[in-house]
Ligand binder design. Structure first.
Ligand SMILES: CC/C=C\C/C=C\C/C=C\CC/C=C/CC(=O)SCCNC(=O)CCNC(=O)[C@H](O)C(C)(C)COP(=O)(O)OP(=O)(O)OC[C@H]1O[C@@H](n2cnc3c(N)ncnc32)[C@H](O)[C@@H]1OP(=O)(O)O
Length: 581
């Protein structure tokens, strides 16, 4: 029965051929998200799929969807006889499923995610083509599941591979288990799965989890593929299905139940705790390695910095699942680059629509799928079509998170990443979280823990008051006024509301650039003793006072207060040489 279906499938693929795949099938194509590319060789009939989703080729919903679609298309492409999966990352083939998809998941998305994972596995495991994995880096969990779904595995020495799900407190799905058993046998599988074993390539070879070791797995796969392609496709394909048919059938029969189990299992409190701990360990391991704090946010900031380097173009980075109106306006103003983050609550359909609509207009459109949000926070009324009056570079970061590990983002990071020669760059950092704790780190690495009301909170860094004049709706709005009201009373608020006190500060600041740095801090602290720990309040309060106050001066107060390292001193030096100061 199964074989009959297979034959029918192969026959129908013949008729579908040409419809399913674009005419320009040969050559190199990139995925919509630029997360992988396909190089189809006309001469050999072999397509190489190279995954390139930084930092770890972790499989999130969108990545799986696109990859799966590409594989399904290749499966139907008559001229394609072989597929090789590999990675362009230097040390990771695939880190498996994106853990963030399973940690604090959105039910609908979780369901879609698992369905797509089942789908890609089926597309690979039941592919009529010869499929090989050139495993040129680590390949744990889902990475190994993918590799096990191929026909032949060649791995680079030293890297690790295995189904380590139990290490995360989760369980590999039955169909992955079955595919492992089929490759390394029942006893070895049971042992490996229970212990969540990760094997080095050398160990993996010994237990037949991989077929070969090579310093150049891709080349080795291409060579090996030629041997496989010497045989008639139909005989090889039918033999493959004879071997795998029962596993595929079992998976198809059980996939609904498997999905139900998965969506029930993952959100369980104990599982979530285990995943949270695993994630923390993953991050802190990295922190130790780099001796620096690296978070998703920092990654985003790094990418932004990279893009900002081309500041001759109007550049706009739009992060957050807003409604795309900003992006639209930016197109009108000649903007060339957009980066969008999406998150669990994002309206997928809408994001896709934005992406499709804008793809042709932007040179670059990147989505950061891992950002997360717990509450939508809309910037009211940014639809005014007045962006053409904007300065060259505008950066808007919308970082919404309830994940404490991500909250190390701070003024420090931003200021370090956006050097002062972007003086006209308005940087807005909007956050909205219900977490009660935010960690602020200033340049001295001093950590200040600050309690924040569990309502929406926004902090903003405004480097250019002209911009505010040009974005009417970013002037203090009811929303922000409301936010200000929920701020606890503070010395800083006092300072900014008290005209006399503020004047005193202003007068002082007008002079202070000529004074030695060491003398500045005590003086500011005399005006406002807890200034350093009031950064957030200050930023918010500034909005309320936008009409009356000179932002640059205010900005400089907290810039100075929060800093006392060489970097800041340099900034001060630059500032002090500016005419406007
Ligand atoms: C009773 C039964 C009931 C139900 C059964 C039903 C269903 C089954 C239920 C559940 C099944 C779920 C199946 C899951 C399969 C999976 O794939 S789970 C994912 C497991 N993956 C891992 O454990 C790998 C974790 N990563 C690593 O070990 C290392 O990153 C790796 C060795 C791959 C590379 O190391 P290195 O080169 O040092 O890189 P970094 O560790 O620094 O990583 C770079 C950045 O990437 C982030 N990252 C890594 N892996 C992931 C990931 N899988 N997801 C998300 N993010 C990942 C990492 O944090 C770094 O980020 P940073 O730069 O710090 O921001």
């Amino acid at each position: 029965m199964f074989l009959r279906n297979v034959m029918r499938k192969i026959a129908s693929q013949k008729s579908l051929n040409g419809l399913a795949i674009k005419k320009n099938y040969f050559g190199t194509t990139s995925s919509l998200l630029d997360d992988f590319s396909i190089n189809a060789n006309e001469k050999t009939g072999v397509s190489v799929i190279t995954m390139s989703k930084t930092p770890a080729n972790s499989l999130n919903l969108e990545f799986i969807q696109e990859l799966s679609m590409a594989i399904q298309k290749l499966n139907m492409e008559k001229s394609c006889r072989g597929i090789i999966l590999t990675s362009s990352l230097p040390s990771i083939f695939s880190a498996g499923l994106d853990i963030l998809e399973m940690y604090q998941p959105e039910p609908d998305r979780l369901e879609k995610f698992w369905t797509e994972f089942q789908e890609i596995w089926l597309a690979l495991y039941s592919s009529p083509k010869t499929v090989m994995s050139a495993i040129n880096g680590h390949s744990p969990a889902g990475g190994c599941i993918i590799a096990l779904a191929t026909d032949y595995r060649i791995m680079k020495p030293k890297f690790t591979i295995g189904l380590n799900e139990t290490m995360l407190g989760i369980v590999a799905p039955f169909w992955a288990e079955d595919s492992m058993k089929a490759v390394i046998g029942q006893r070895r599988s049971e042992y490996s799965l229970q212990l969540g074993k990760l094997y080095t390539a050398e160990e993996a070879l010994q237990i037949n989890l991989i077929d070969e070791i090579s310093d150049n797995p891709l080349q080795a796969c291409e060579d090996e593929m030629m041997n496989w392609l010497k045989l008639p496709d139909h005989a090889r394909t039918l033999t493959k299905f004879q071997n795998r048919g029962h596993i595929i059938e079992k998976m198809k029969k059980g996939r609904k139940e498997d999905l139900e189990k998965f969506v029930k299992f993952i959100p369980r409190e104990g599982i979530q705790m285990a995943l949270g701990t695993y994630l923390d360990n993953l991050k802190s391991r990295k922190k130790k390695q780099l001796k620096t704090c690296v978070s998703d946010v920092e990654l985003i900031v790094r990418k932004i910095k990279y893009n900002l380097e081309d500041y001759t173009k109007t550049t706009f980075f739009y992060l957050g699942a807003q409604d795309g109106i900003l992006a639209e306006n930016l197109i009108n103003s000649g903007c060339k680059k957009v980066i969008v983050t999406e998150h669990k609550k994002s309206n997928e359909e809408h994001l896709n629509e934005i992406q499709n609509r804008f793809r042709e207009k932007f040179l670059r459109f990147t989505r950061f799928p891992n950002s997360r949000i717990i509450e939508e926070y809309k910037l009211d009324g940014l639809e005014e079509k007045n962006w053409h009056t904007q300065p060259k570079v505008a950066v808007i970061l919308t970082l919404l998170t309830n994940d404490r590990s991500k909250l190390s983002l701070n003024s420090y990071l931003l200021r370090k990443q956006f050097p002062f020669n972007f003086g006209r760059t308005p940087i807005f950092l909007l956050t909205d979280n219900t977490e009660s704790k935010v960690i602020l780190m200033n340049e001295t690495n001093l950590q200040t823990e600050k309690r924040i009301p569990s309502r929406a909170l926004s902090y903003m860094f405004l480097y250019d008051r002209t911009l505010l004049a040009e974005i009417p709706r970013l002037k203090p709005s009811q929303k922000y006024t409301k936010l200000i009201k929920i701020q606890p009373k503070s010395d800083l608020v006092d300072l900014l509301y008290d005209e006399d006190k503020f004047k005193e500060a202003e007068v002082f600041l007008k002079h202070f650039f000529n004074k030695p740095y060491e003398r500045v801090i005590p003086k500011i602290e005399k005006i406002c003793p807890n200034l350093g720990s009031e950064l957030i309040d200050m930023n918010i309060t500034m909005l309320d006072r936008v009409k009356d106050l000179d932002f640059r001066i205010i900005g400089e107060i907290f810039r100075l207060v929060a800093s006392n390292d060489n970097y800041s001193r340099n900034i001060i030096r630059v500032l002090s040489s500016r005419h406007e100061f």
